[in-house]
Design a protein around this ligand. Structure first.
Ligand code: KG4
Ligand code: ZN
Length: 351
């Protein structure tokens, strides 16, 4: 089954072709980062307009790279949410129009399910059940995964997402959007131990997260250094390192608890922040002690991409799930409301 996957939930136009027998055949991504950088964050209307410009050329590009034509396709998957409504509508409109024209089944996919399943595209995919840490720009969640669509929410952020905290810290340090990779790069030059930031909500039981207090602590530290006339490159790097270490420690402590609580021996990390090297290293060290394995996607499939949507869509389309005639676009969509792969999907997801 050859599935075209389309991702347009935010600021990346991602397209991929996934074959259920042969695996990933081609993928392409256009990032709008340069366009939004001047504004310090994503401008939704600009994002939608750029998806309109890039999406069909990228579809043609992956088809030609894979040596296929539209006639070879068996189905189309697109990101139906969560995300920016205008941006989602672009992907949904193109997917449904292509599906209608070619007589193919079309399915709206949950963006975070895409992230969650992205490690399945790698050589050593995790078996079910596993615990997943989803860490992106909009979500920080711990989920017990017993199968596709069998998701039990173990904990989540009560305020900012981990990626959002990275992005805001970057702004405070005068770094460009998107901040995560830039904070991580700056932290490489940091002096370990100069600052120690709090590890929020680790001193009490439970698997929820909170990053807004850490954000305020970072801001206060930056302001104090500025007032002392000490906000030089080294201090900024030291703050970046202290912030990153606090996020990594916090996530690691909660992941350890989740593994202990569930008895699972596999931890999957997914979403943009899972590209972070210090996080990967921290989790691997912790998991080794528990004799557990850590699984993640290659860096380009940690952040938004079309391959994860093609993969997730292929699993559900293969099981017979498909949209009705209406485009599904759901800006807010809890992942644990998704049906297991064995059940038909209900209509009525449209807001
Ligand atoms: O999954 P993603 O591409 O988009 C969403 O679904 O939100 O995640 C983007 C987030 C941004 O907040 C970005 O700063 C963060 O992931 N990120 C990182 C790294 N690479 C991306 N954060 C920390 N370290 C990184 N290497
Ligand atoms: Zn994402």
């Amino acid at each position: 089954m050859l599935i075209l996957g389309i991702e347009t939930s935010c600021d990346e136009t991602g397209v991929a072709l996934y074959d259920s027998e042969q695996g990933l055949l081609a993928h392409a991504l256009f990032s709008q980062i340069d366009m939004h950088a001047d504004y310090g964050g994503v401008v939704p209307e600009l994002a939608s307009r750029d998806h309109v410009r890039k999406l069909l050329p990228l579809c043609d590009q992956v088809l030609s790279e894979a040596g296929k034509t539209r006639a070879d396709m068996d189905g189309i998957a697109y990101t139906a949410g969560p995300g920016l409504i205008g941006a989602l509508m672009v992907g949904g409109s193109v997917a449904h129009s292509l599906g209608f024209a070619l007589g193919l089944p079309v399915l709206g996919v949950h963006h975070m399910e895409g992230h969650l399943l992205a490690p399945m595209l790698e050589d050593n995919p995790p078996a079910f059940p596993f615990v997943a840490l989803l860490v992106s720009g909009g979500h920080t969640q711990l989920v017990r995964v017993d199968g596709i669509g069998a998701y039990q929410m173990l904990g989540e952020s009560v305020d900012d997402a981990a990626g959002e905290a990275f992005d805001k810290t970057a702004k405070m340090l005068g770094l460009d959007y998107p901040g995560g990779p830039r904070v991580a790069a700056l932290a490489e030059q940091g002096t370990p131990g100069r600052y120690r930031f709090p590890r929020p909500m680790t001193d009490r039981p439970g698997l929820d997260f909170s990053f807004s207090g850490l954000k305020t602590f970072t801001l206060n530290t930056v302001n104090a250094a500025r007032e002392a006339g000490d906000l030089n490159d080294q201090t900024r790097a030291d703050i970046a390192l202290a912030f990153e270490a606090a996020v990594v420690d916090t996530l690691t402590i909660k992941c350890r608890r989740a593994l202990e609580q569930t008895g699972c021996k596999r931890l999957v990390i997914a979403g943009g922040v899972s590209a972070n090297k210090r996080l990967r290293a921290g989790l691997e060290k912790m998991a080794t002690k528990l004799k557990a394995g850590v699984f993640y996607a290659r860096p380009e499939f940690c952040t938004d991409n079309g391959a994860m949507i093609a993969y997730a869509g292929a699993q559900r389309l293969k099981a017979g799930q498909r949209d009705g005639e209406r485009i599904v676009a759901v800006p807010r969509w809890p992942m644990n409301t998704l049906p297991p792969i064995t059940e038909p999907r209900s209509e009525g997801l449209v807001d």
